[in-house]
Design a protein around this ligand. Structure first.
Ligand code: FMN
Length: 246
C-alpha cells in the first residue's frame, strides 16, 4: 500500500521471515514535480534572426562573432560545450568540457587521455561539440575528427593552469571507480607534499584534443519554432552554406 508521500511497502515472506521493502512511488513523484509542470515549460524565441546575407563565408569567423556575443551577453560559461563521443559499437555518451583554444582549424579542449572519453576517442576518433547560449537563444553544433594536440602544446597549456588544478590532474584517474571522496583528498594532499613548492609537470595521461570540423551548424531560435539553421559543410576543401529545416 502507498502512504501519503508515495512510499509503498512491499511485504515478502521468506520461510518464516517477514521482510519489508520500501520503494518510492514514481507516480507520486510525478504529480509533485511532474508531467504537467514540465510540459508547460516553454519559451518563444524572438530575439534575433540568422540570415545568409549576414553571416561570414568562414565558419571560424562566424564562430568568433557568436562567441564574442555570448561573452558580452553574460552567458555564465560561454566556453562550456557538450562533447559527444561514441564507443567502438557506436554507443554514444556526452559530457561538458571547456573550449580552451580555437586554432589550426580546430577546437581544443583538455582532459585525461585514459578517461572514458579518452578511451572512446582512441577507438573512434570522431566527436561532436554542442554549445547552448540561452541568453542569445542560440545553439552551435560542430562535428568532426578528433586528434591529440602536440605534447608541447599540452605542456604550455598545463603550465597556465592554477596549481590546484595541476595537482587535481595528477590525483584523479578520471572516470575510474574510487572508494570514497576521502581517498581522493588524501591522494591529493599526499601529492601536494611530494611536489612541495616545485613545478608540477604534465602527467603522461593528460593533454589536449583538437576537433577539426567537417560540419558546423549555427542555430538561432525563432518565433513559432521556425528557427534558423545554417549549416557549413566542406565541398572539395571549400566551406559551403546551406539552410536546414528547423
Ligand atoms: C562546466 C564544466 C566544465 C568541465 N570541463 C571539463 C574539461 O575541460 N575537461 C574535462 O576533462 N572534464 C571537464 N568537466 C567534467 C566532465 O563533464 C566529465 O565529468 C569528465 O570529463 C569525465 O567524463 P568521462 O568519464 O565521460 O570521460 C567539466 C564539467 C563541467 C560541468
Amino acid at each position: 500500500m502507498s502512504d501519503t508521500i508515495g512510499r509503498t511497502t512491499h511485504v515478502i515472506h521468506v520461510g518464516t521471515e517477514r521482510l519489508e521493502h520500501v520503494t518510492m512511488d514514481a507516480m507520486s513523484v510525478k504529480s509533485k514535480h511532474g508531467k504537467e509542470e514540465i510540459q508547460n515549460l516553454r519559451r518563444d524565441y524572438r530575439r534575433a534572426q540568422l540570415l545568409e546575407k549576414n553571416v561570414s563565408a568562414d565558419p571560424f569567423e562566424q564562430f568568433d562573432r557568436w562567441f564574442k556575443q555570448a561573452r558580452k551577453a553574460g552567458e555564465i560559461e560561454p566556453n562550456a560545450m557538450v562533447l559527444s563521443t561514441a564507443d567502438g559499437r557506436g554507443a554514444p555518451s556526452g559530457r561538458v568540457v571547456l573550449l580552451k583554444e580555437v586554432e589550426a582549424g580546430g577546437f581544443v579542449f583538455y582532459t585525461n587521455y585514459n578517461s572514458r572519453k579518452g578511451k572512446q576517442l582512441k577507438t573512434n576518433p570522431r566527436g561532436a561539440l554542442t554549445f547552448f547560449w540561452p541568453k542569445l537563444e542560440r545553439q552551435l553544433r560542430i562535428e568532426g575528427q578528433v586528434r591529440r594536440v602536440s605534447r608541447s602544446q599540452s605542456e604550455a597549456y598545463f603550465q597556465t593552469r592554477p596549481r590546484d588544478s595541476q595537482l587535481g590532474a595528477w590525483a584523479s584517474d578520471q572516470s575510474s571507480v574510487i572508494n570514497s571522496r576521502r581517498e581522493l583528498e588524501l591522494i591529493d594532499a599526499e601529492l601536494a607534499k611530494v611536489f612541495g613548492d616545485g613545478p608540477i609537470p604534465l602527467p603522461d595521461s593528460w593533454g589536449g584534443y583538437r576537433l577539426v570540423p567537417s560540419r558546423i551548424e549555427f542555430w538561432q531560435g525563432r518565433h513559432g519554432r521556425l528557427h534558423d539553421r545554417l549549416e557549413y559543410f566542406r565541398k572539395k576543401g571549400v566551406w559551403m552554406i546551406r539552410r536546414l529545416a528547423p
